[in-house]
Design a protein around this ligand. Sequence first.
Ligand code: MN3
Length: 212
Amino acid sequence: MPMTLPALPYDKAALEPHIDAATMEIHHGKHHNAYVTNANNALAGTKWADADPVAIIKALAELPDDKRGPARNNVGGHVNHSMFWQLMAPAGKGGGGEPGGALGAAINATFGGFAQFKEKFQAAGAGRFGSGWAWLIVNAGKLEIASTANQDNPLMGKAIAGCEGTPILGLDVWEHAYYLKYQNRRPDYMAAWWNVVNWGKVAELYAQAGGK
Ligand code: MN3
C-alpha cells in the first residue's frame, strides 16, 4: 500500500498554548501531507512503492540512484512526522512531567538528571543550523542525544545521517514547526515543548528499542 497521512491522535488545538492550532494544521495537513505525496510519487512503479517506510529509510543505499535523494527527504519526512505526532499529548493529559521507570532511571544515569538531559537536548536543537531534528536515541542499548539535518533520521545510519541508533524522542526544529507562534525564537519553542512530551510513549519506544 502506498504511504498515507496518519490522523493526528488529538485535536489540532489540543497542544495549545504550547503548540498553536494553526501551526498544527499547516504542519500536519500541508507539510507532512506533502512528504507523503512526494514520497509516493518518487517511488511509484518501483519495488519500493508498497514497502514499509521505516524499512525504506534503513535501506537507502539499496535504492536506485535517482530515487535515493527523494526518498531520503520525503520518506524521511513521513517517518519523522508520523513519530513526532505520537510523541506529544495535551499538557496534563499525557503530556509533560518527567519520565519515570526504567527510562527515567536511564536518563538520570546517563545525563546526570532530567534537568541536565533537557539542557543537552535543547543544545542539540539550538545547535542545528537551518532545518533538522534533535533526537534521543538508543544505540547499542545506551541513550545518546543527537541531531540530524533536514529530514534525516538516525535509522538511516551514520554514513547518511551522521549518527545511528533507534530514535525514541525527536523534536522538529524546522521553522515550519514554530514560526507562526515563536517566529525566530527556537529556544522558546523548545522550552515550551516539554509541556506536551508524551513520556509514556517515549518509555514504550525505549523498551522496544532494547534500552537497558
Ligand atoms: Mn516538520
